[in-house]
Structure formats: structure tokens, C-alpha cells
Design a binder for this molecule. Sequence first.
Ligand code: ADP
Length: 246
Amino acid sequence: MEEKTTLLFSSNTHGPEARVTGTQSIAVVDRVSKIYGQSENQLIALNDVSLSIESGRSIALVGRSGSGKSTLLNLLGAVDRPTTGTIKIDGTDLSKMTDAQLAIFRRRRLGFVFQSFHLVPSLTVFDNVAVPWTLDRAMTSDRKIQIHQLLDRLGVADKAHRYPDELSGGQQQRIAIARAVVHRPALLLADEPTGNLDAHTGRVILDLLDEMRREFGITLVMATHSQEAAERCDQRITLSDGRIFE
Ligand code: ADP
């Protein structure tokens, strides 16, 4: 698994997408469609979508409800597989991986931030942030220090031994950001990260996301209905009826 990932990763720097764009693409979506249901109940959620996302950039996915934003985010997050087409993340062709390999890839190379935080209620703040490493049985004393430093950076150092239901929405989203970036993922996927927050807290969360992303050199793809959040990104991609709308 490790060897395969490394091998595929190294091909990225010399791959066709690198030659075409002259920059390194962290994600390449090639003619991807996603169809739900069978025969007359078929629904085309994504229709022949191609895009290339440059490393280190922030991308907003915008478009009306039902336009395919979450579907695209789920495919980039290796949570679901396309019906046709291929997706490469960090040089790895997701279609060539088994479900077990995808699960490992998700927790090592990707980070997720959701509208409703999705923290584990039975774990303390510290243990929630530690999840990417504890699942991998990769916790070390250095990493424990890193988690405390990150909680400090995000302004929630004093919450390390609290549980999620003892925290405000804004505090929970800070913890979710810590969990999403602690392992320095190649790609951070955010689905309406400010959707459950008031305007002021939403701005603070966008600031922190931006700060973490820049500091750690992480590429961000964020689905959002917020015009303000979309305008802060380097690039906006509009979806309409499952297609990219230029
Ligand atoms: P958005 O995130 O832009 O609101 P989605 O990606 O959630 O859009 O949905 C795109 C389309 O796919 C919608 O018509 C939605 O109803 C449909 N869809 C999404 N997920 C499923 C599913 N699991 N089964 C059937 N249809 C789905």
C-alpha cells in the first residue's frame, strides 16, 4: 500500500496534467459522471465533469441546491465512486484502489470539515483531534505536543479535556478544523463549514481555515452557499444541473 502510493505519487510530477498546466495538480477529475438510481428513476448528479485543481489553492464550489456540489465533494473525498470517469488525488488514481485502501488514503491524505461539525461525542476534544493518528496507531509524544500546539493556535487550548457537547458551535468547528489539518492532508474538503454559525463566528472560522491552509500548504475545496465565503477563495467553480457552468 505504502509502496504503491509513493510510486503513483511520484508519477504525478511528470504526468500529463503537470505537462499541460505547467503546475502541480493536486486533484484531477477526468470526465466524471455520477448517476444515482436505475432506468427510469435515474438521476444524473454529475454529468461529464472535468477539472484540475492546483496545489495550494482554495476553490469554492458554488451553485444552487441539487446542482451536484456535495456529490463532487464526496467523490473528491473518496467517500463515493464515480459511475464513469477517473479521479486522481495527489497522483493516486482512486479507481484503482480497493475500499480498504481508500479508507487508509482518506485518513492519511484528506481532511474533512462539515456543516454540523461531526465530532465524536464520546471523545474529548484532544481525542477527537487525535483521531487521524489513533486510527492509524501512529500516536507519538511529539504528535501529542503538536495537537496541544494546534489547539492553542485555534484558541481552544483550555478545552482539550472537554467533550463536544460542552462547547459552542464555533468552538466545535475549531476542533473540527484541528482534526482536519493535524496530519497535514494533501486536500481539505469542507461542506458548508459556516452553515450552522452566525455571521461573526462564520468569519472567524473562515479566517482560521485560511490561516491553517496557508501555513500548512493545504489545498482547500469548499462547497458553500455563502457569497462571502466563495469570494475569499482563489477560484470559484459554479455547478448547474451536474455540469460545470463557465
Ligand atoms: P448540492 O450539494 O449541490 O445540493 P447534491 O450533490 O447533494 O447537490 O445532489 C445532486 C443531485 O443528486 C440532486 O438532485 C440530489 O437529489 C441527487 N442525489 C444526491 N445524492 C443522492 C443519492 N444518494 N441518491 C439519489 N439521488 C441523490
